[in-house]
Design a protein around this ligand. Structure first.
Ligand code: CO
Length: 152
């Protein structure tokens, strides 16, 4: 496993639409392992492949419900609304208030290509929506009511 460099806002790669994962091989597993190690080290709630320079539809989400690897994820249902702060490892030193669904249902593949489902609520739902946006080149700052500078 290795820590990967997190691409910062302003880099074009964060604005591109990612490709579906079609091969579930050791290269993908290495990417997922590295993303997990990186998000843990950076103390983030999630990380998407384009943030480490890979244009593939893969994200990791690290929340109290668990440490999820979501490959080719799709939101199938979204309900309710929540407003709250978000940050991003690609937008250092900032946070913003973003409106997201309160509950989302999603389908995704695991690292072996097996299709699975999840239901996420609250912060978990927020993290899933935020990471899935990255796969389509969207940053939370595009959706935020306001963005603030945070002191470290
Ligand atoms: Co982000």
């Amino acid at each position: 496993m290795a820590i990967r460099n997190v691409v910062q806002a302003g880099d074009e790669i964060l604005r591109k639409k990612c490709f579906e994962v079609t091969v579930f091989d050791e290269k993908l597993w290495q990417l997922l392992d590295d993303m997990k190690e990186t998000v843990r080290k950076e103390e983030g709630a999630g990380l998407a492949a384009p943030q480490v320079g890979i244009l593939r539809r893969a994200v990791v989400v690290d929340v109290k419900e668990g440490f999820y690897e979501l490959i080719n994820p799709v939101i199938t249902e979204a309900k309710g609304e929540q407003r709250g702060y978000e940050g991003c490892l690609s937008v250092r030193g900032k946070r913003g208030v973003v409106s997201r669904p309160l509950v989302v249902k999603a389908e995704y593949s695991d690292r072996n290509g097996k299709r699975k489902k999840l239901v996420a609520r609250g912060f978990f739902a927020r993290a899933v929506c935020h990471e899935l946006d990255h796969l389509d080149g969207i940053l939370y700052t595009d959706r935020a009511e306001r963005v603030e500078t945070v002191k470290d």
